[in-house]
Design a protein around this ligand. Structure first.
Ligand code: F6P
Length: 509
């Protein structure tokens, strides 16, 4: 890479893209002009352009489930003219947003009361995957905008210690439970919901807590939420054409709006919409999602890198790797084509990461001197109103130093091998002016579209997730009282099941 910089003094400006308050410098990548031209040719020769229009046009690009992936409509304006089967969807989206706005503002203003007449101080969002990660990262990233007296808690895991310890410290009188599940069938969410309800009931002397003002349901399956007993005015709906991992923009974002306020929630949507427009209209060579996707394909398919690291230099983006793991790996972790044919090339890399500077004292050793090629996305906000000048200057200089050190390396004539830094390690640098709702929305939409572009070029369905079903089904078999349950399993699982049974202490329930 250093050689390429010497050959072309304009490399860093040429290999940079500005979109609104986001700046991407991708000059520290193992690409020259020929590689970039070839990658752009690949994009042009693929059906990316028509596929993109098919997505924005509401066509059923999720072919295995015959569904559209119309999440950009959730942040659309009337003039974007999103429609499904010829029917405009904007009105429907607006109605749902109005409910998010009025409910969240009532809660924020202390006008939504619990069963004993008290205002809400704590919200527990029960949901998993897309019904948790998006809202959770948004609330964490945008905590500078959070309501000072309302705390949002998230419980996703079936691990009972989570829900039980979360409710332990809370006052049921002032606690609101949001049961967030697109399907309203997800076992861990329903299990957590039942535990939360029985806590509400025993604390408040209620029966049927699910029908009180303490409980909301957010779902695409209103029927299931109703039969669970949630009061109709407390069920917020979103549409089947919103994939779970693309749902933070929908009513699933109710808790985001409660936390940061509806105006900030809308600003997040508008940042995402601006990114939609950029993605749809910018030429491939200056299109941020397309360039990130092509660089990813270069490392994944041509240089055989098996992973990608996401390293935000911002502690409030600590969940970004986890969020992107679902977005990227659940979307593109596939090995058959759209036509159900086996693929003979790699698809989604293993995505991992952690914030800097912490990562510098852990896995950066491997990045600098290890044996794997690991392309990195560094992400940071230039201004941070929650920090101060001293800290932020140190943080950002660490970021610049790491990216530079990885690229330049260090070799001396008489340097012992263990002190040699080979360098030539690639990274992208994505800078935002500030971690504002608008820029956060743009950041998430950027990665949504990156994942879309890669899925499109790999010719896979990025919108289904059949791979997660078998494990769910086998859990149900193990949970069944049917004696056939365990007998049908392999001998290792049978042994482990017996071992667990043998060592289980009497229940304290
Ligand atoms: O099991 C995977 C998955 O279906 C994800 O795609 C989804 O985000 C998550 O489970 C939760 O699903 P639901 O919102 O229907 O509870």
């Amino acid at each position: 890479m250093l050689e390429l910089f010497h050959q072309n003094p304009a490399r860093s400006t040429q290999l940079s893209i500005q979109h609104d308050e986001l700046f991407l410098d991708y000059s520290k990548n193992l690409v020259d002009e020929n590689v970039m031209t070839a990658l752009l040719d690949l994009a042009n020769q693929s059906s990316l352009k028509t596929h993109t229009e098919a997505m924005f046009d509401g066509q059923p690009i999720n072919t295995s489930e015959h569904k559209a992936a119309l999440h950009p409509a959730l942040r659309g304006k009337p003039e974007d003219n999103y429609h499904l089967n010829g029917v405009p969807v904007h009105e429907q989206v607006e109605q749902a947003l109005k409910r998010v706005s009025s409910i969240s503002e009532k809660i924020r203003q202390g006008r939504w009361l619990g069963s004993t007449g008290k205002a809400i101080t704590d919200v527990i969002q029960l949901g998993v995957g897309g019904s948790e990660l998006g809202p959770r990262i948004a609330c964490q990233a945008l905590q500078a905008y959070a309501h000072p007296n309302i705390k949002i808690h998230f419980v996703s895991n079936a691990d009972g210690a989570e829900i039980l310890s979360t409710v332990k410290g809370l006052n049921a009188e002032t606690t609101l439970i949001i049961i967030a599940s697109k399907s309203f069938t997800t076992e861990e969410t329903m299990l957590n919901a039942r535990s939360a309800l029985s806590w509400l009931e025993s604390s408040l002397g209620l029966s049927d807590a699910q029908s009180t003002t303490h409980v909301f349901g957010v779902t695409a399956n209103v029927e299931n939420a109703r039969s669970f007993g949630i009061a109709a005015p407390q069920i917020l709906e979103f549409e089947e054409w919103v994939g779970g991992r693309y749902s933070l923009w929908s009513s699933i974002g109710l808790c985001i709006s409660i936390s940061i306020g509806y105006d900030n929630f809308k600003a997040m949507l508008s940042g995402a919409r601006d990114m939609d427009i950029h993605f749809r209209t910018a030429p491939f060579e200056s299109n941020m999602p397309v360039i990130l996707a092509l660089l990813g394909i270069w490392y994944n398919n041509f240089l055989n890198a098996q992973t990608i690291a996401i390293i935000p230099y911002c502690e409030r983006l600590t969940l970004l790797p986890a969020y992107l793991q679902q977005l990227d790996m659940e979307s593109n972790g596939k090995s058959i084509s759209l036509n159900d044919q086996p693929l003979d090339y790699a698809t989604a890399p293993i995505l991992w990461g952690q914030t800097g500077t912490d990562g510098q004292h852990a896995f950066f050793q491997l990045l600098h001197q290890g044996s794997h090629l690991v392309p990195i996305d560094f992400i940071a906000a230039i201004n941070d109103p929650l920090s101060n000048r001293t800290h932020h200057r140190f943080l950002l200089n660490n970021l610049l130093a790491q990216a530079a050190a990885l690229m330049t390396g260090k070799k001396g004539k008489n340097t012992p091998a263990h002190k040699v830094y080979p360098g030539n390690k690639p990274s992208n640098m994505l800078l935002m002016n500030e971690l504002s709702p608008k820029n956060f929305g743009a950041l998430i939409a950027l990665y949504e579209h990156k994942v879309f572009v890669q899925g499109s070029i790999w010719n896979i369905n990025s919108y289904d997730q059949w791979g997660v079903e078998l494990g769910k089904q086998m859990t149900r078999e193990l949970m069944s009282d049917d004696s056939l349950g365990i007998e049908a399993f392999d001998s290792s699982t049978q042994q482990l099941s017996k071992y667990i049974h043998h060592h289980t202490q009497p229940s304290t329930d």
